[in-house]
Design a protein around this ligand. Sequence first.
Ligand code: GRF
Length: 199
Amino acid sequence: MAKLNLGFLASHNGSNMQSIIDSCNKGELDAEPRCVISNNSKSGALERAKDEGIPAYHISSLKYPEQEDLDDAIIEAFEKHNVEIIVLAGYMKKLGDKVIERFNGRVLNIHPALLPKFGGKGMFGEKVHKAVLQAGETESGPSVHLVNNEYDKGRILAQKKTKVYPDDTVDSLSSRVLELEHQIYPETLQKIAQGEIKI
Ligand code: GRF
């Protein structure tokens, strides 16, 4: 069976990206990490890519102020490495329409709450967990979804749930959800690789 060629876009730590790379290395995921792009030259994601020997690129709007040029640079890097699926892993920028069109229906993201709740513009990081706690939700968990040009609105591919406990804090909830993220992202990609989930 052919392996899925993955290209990552990540802005910070890159722990989700790492969990996917680890699953590939362990032979649990029939995919190959081909290339990593970050808009942040100091990101953990770029460090991790270098440690893993995966081609890594710093491509940002500082280097490419015009959206179209930025999109072209991202597309060029991914095409160079024959990327088939884009994996957003904590990418803090809105992906340009040109990239979304080029990889039509083959861009995935992970969100740390049960979409369609607690998504949309400005809902990222701690804000998501804070909103979940403030709303008095009894459960939360990550969603893996396809990316279109509206924030967090693409088709939901998979979700995993954890209870929200009365004494949860943003820290305790986010670390429990992050653990589930590290499971569900590689699992979902494997289901795509096996044709169990069609994208
Ligand atoms: C995760 O919480 C993910 O849900 C969100 O950004 C965070 C990225 O964390 N999209 P990491 O960089 O993968 O550690």
